[in-house]
Design a protein around this ligand. Structure first.
Ligand code: AOS
Ligand code: ZN
Ligand code: ZN
Ligand code: ZN
Length: 426
């Protein structure tokens, strides 16, 4: 199924337009501080977040999975789902593929399908955390860090293959997330594991096209519970530096121990021009992959505050690759993604409302109270009217979740695909 511009247009006609008076109010309030609400609306309208192919089906846990009717069972259907999301929000114009889950059988057909939905191919994800039936060497005890030369070589080859597929599709980046680590002390020699990882990453990097980037993800634990070889941003940063300019660190919000100051990590990496990509989600305990903004919206705002500062001040840091990395067991995956996109734009809009000039002055005067007030004034502003205006301007649905429900999208998908279809993936 596909949503047409006419359908969205019709939906918008019947939507309440009282948000426009809220915008007048915000205009009044913020123009006095030299902040242009129109500019913010434009920025929101052009913000794009990649949707990972694995977030379109219901996620699972190691205790099982409850499937959701109408889930996509092929790459084509995944692209159709993102097409729906993009028609509703105009913020989801990219897909992030995972190989081998998404190996295209017919590259041209897939490219055409993506084009018909105006979807670009964002970062390609490699997978050396699972064994595949045709593979000779197991990743049970590691991949790029393995003590077994054969397993390392096989993993390097796989990443090169992912680059080759990505080149055909028009992607420009590779994300490497490694599960490599140890469950028990003594299992791994830390130094050898790290050295092997560095050497393997350099081999992959040597195959990276000139205009590509390689993103190195880190994570403190899971699936290995004693140690992970790339455990934190510092390790990722060090490896990216060892590889070269096109290698960068990727921050996944869920990949930090509780209470880690993620906004400070963002600032540090942007100052050094090494923040490459971002995986959005939320968490209470670990890599929970919950809906963005559902647990710690103030943290998300503080992170965006640093991202906005960096985008305005750090020309040494290239444009970031944004992706939602959330998936779980209970919600309609498309509704969940609509909520995540909403939360991302809210945090972004609030961060754009921070009175940076006043904040700078308050910082120079060490007026701690004022500094806090300035941040919280932006955070406590209801910016949903700005999102609505941005959507109206880009021909998205003013209220995407309501539109999704009123078009009965899930019901139609179930009619088309059945109640228990499902693609490979997590
Ligand atoms: C895993 O924890 C990482 O967040 C990855 O970015 C991603 O979720 C994974 O590659 C999907 O399987
Ligand atoms: Zn991730
Ligand atoms: Zn993760
Ligand atoms: Zn995650």
């Amino acid at each position: 199924m596909k949503l047409t511009t006419n359908q969205i247009f019709d939906f918008n006609k019947h939507e309440d337009d009282s948000y426009e008076s809220e915008i007048d109010y915000l205009n009044n309030k913020f123009s006095k501080k030299g902040i242009s609400v129109d500019e913010i609306i434009k920025k929101l309208g052009s913000f794009n977040v990649a949707i990972p192919s694995w977030a379109l089906g219901a996620g699972g846990t190691r205790f099982g999975r409850f499937s959701y009717g109408g889930e996509p069972s092929s790459l084509e259907q995944k692209l159709d789902d993102i097409g729906i999301l993009n028609s509703l929000t105009k913020t989801a114009g990219a897909v992030s593929l995972h190989i081998p889950w998404d190996i295209p059988s017919d590259v041209n057909a897939i490219k055409e399908k993506a084009e018909s939905h105006r979807i670009l191919f964002d970062a390609m994800n490699s997978n050396t955390f699972q064994d595949q039936p045709h593979l000779e060497h197991t990743y049970k005890f590691g991949s790029l860090n393995s003590v077994h030369k054969n397993a390392r070589e096989q993993a390097v080859e796989h990443n090169k293959e992912v680059i080759r597929i990505g080149k055909e599709l028009g992607s420009k980046s590779l994300t490497v997330w490694l599960a490599d680590g140890a469950n028990f002390p003594g299992q791994l020699n830390f130094q050898t594991a790290l050295q092997n990882t560095e050497d393997s990453l350099k081999k992959i990097y040597s195959d990276l096209p000139e205009d590509w980037r390689m993103f190195i993800e880190y994570k403190p634990y899971e699936p290995n519970f004693y140690s992970t070889t790339i455990q934190d941003w510092g390790t990722s940063f060090m490896l990216a530096n060892a590889c070269g300019e096109k290698a960068m660190t990727l921050v996944d919000l869920g990949h930090h121990l509780p209470n880690t100051n993620i906004e400070q990590i963002v600032a540090t990496l942007m100052l050094k021009g090494k923040l490459g990509g971002f995986h959005f989600n939320d968490s209470k305990y670990g890599d929970d992959d919950l809906t963005v903004g559902s647990i710690k919206p103030y943290s998300l705002f503080l992170i965006f505050n640093e991202l906005v500062y960096g985008m305005e001040n750090n020309s040494q840091n290239p444009d970031l690759a944004w992706m939602i990395d959330a998936s779980h067991n209970t919600k309609d995956p498309l509704e969940d993604l609509i909520q995540s996109l909403e939360a991302i734009l809210i945090a972004y809009a609030q961060a754009l409302l921070v009175d940076r000039k006043a904040l700078y002055e308050a910082q120079q005067e060490s007026d701690v109270v004022k500094c806090q007030e300035l941040l919280q004034d932006a955070y406590r502003t209801d910016v949903r009217s700005l999102l609505k205006a941005a959507r109206k301007e880009t021909n998205a649905a003013i209220n995407p979740l309501e539109a999704y429900r009123s078009f009965k999208v899930r019901k139609q998908l179930i009619e088309e695909r059945g109640t228990s279809s499902r693609a490979s993936g997590l």
